[in-house]
Design a protein around this ligand. Structure first.
Ligand code: 5GP
Length: 212
């Protein structure tokens, strides 16, 4: 589909920490054209292997608070004691250019986006089982036992929010999961509202023709 006069759609992807949602969305934007992943701002420290301006825009808590005061965020939340937010201007730039934008944000952030009355397609990614999530969290992180327990407790609470989402996808296998989300994005792009500019052009082309 072409980009003619089309405004991008806002997709929200949430999942408990350790479900692999960032890897899934990074892969998704490689296989779906005109779909970009939003880069959040955060006050948390850079982890080993992360890059400022790529993984996140890393800023100080003071700067983050200034941005909150200046209404710069479309949504923001305190997650595990660090602040994370989506810059409204950054999001608007992508949407106005006709690109679909994926926000990979926690359930509080998703709630805030919805409460602003913004039209979104919200996708919740689930781990196959609680045990898989626990294994992934223990396997990947150098977090303390306390921190892991906190993440697992948060995951239990977050999963209850699944009913507020439009779609649910299980991350049992990376490519399969990416494929399911890709199908959702493509289906949403085929909705009459999303197709309106194309429909208008085609309908106009019919009206221009004299029927003999
Ligand atoms: P991490 O520190 O592991 O990268 O991310 C921790 C949590 O913060 C994840 O659940 C992630 O989805 C969430 N997060 C990342 N960026 C944002 C954001 O801009 N807004 C909100 N509300 N949550 C975010």
């Amino acid at each position: 589909m072409s980009n003619e006069a089309r405004r991008g759609r806002l997709f929200v992807v949430s999942a408990p920490s350790g479900t692999g949602k960032t890897t899934v969305v990074e892969r998704l934007v490689q296989v779906v054209p005109d779909l970009v992943m939003s880069r959040s701002y955060t006050s948390r420290a850079v982890r080993e292997g992360e890059c400022d301006g790529i993984d996140y825009n890393f800023i100080t808590r003071a700067r983050f608070e200034q941005m909150v005061a200046g209404n710069a965020f479309l949504e923001w939340a305190d997650v595990f004691g660090n602040l994370y937010g989506t810059c409204g201007e950054d999001a608007e730039r992508e949407l106005a250019a006709g690109r679909d934008l994926v926000l990979v944000i926690d359930v509080q952030g998703a709630r805030k986006v919805r409460s602003r009355g913004l039209e979104t397609v919200a996708i919740f990614v689930l781990p196959p089982t609680f045990e898989t999530l626990e294994r992934r969290l223990r396997g990947r992180s150098k977090d303390s036992e306390d921190a892991i327990r906190r993440r697992l407790a948060t995951a239990r609470a977050e999963i209850d929010a699944v009913v507020d989402y439009d779609y649910v996808v299980v991350n049992d296998e990376l490519e399969a999961c990416v494929d399911r989300i890709r199908a959702i994005v493509l289906a949403e792009r085929a909705r009459p509202r999303a197709m309106a500019p194309v429909v208008d052009r085609i309908v106009n082309s019919f009206n221009r023709k004299e029927v003999v």
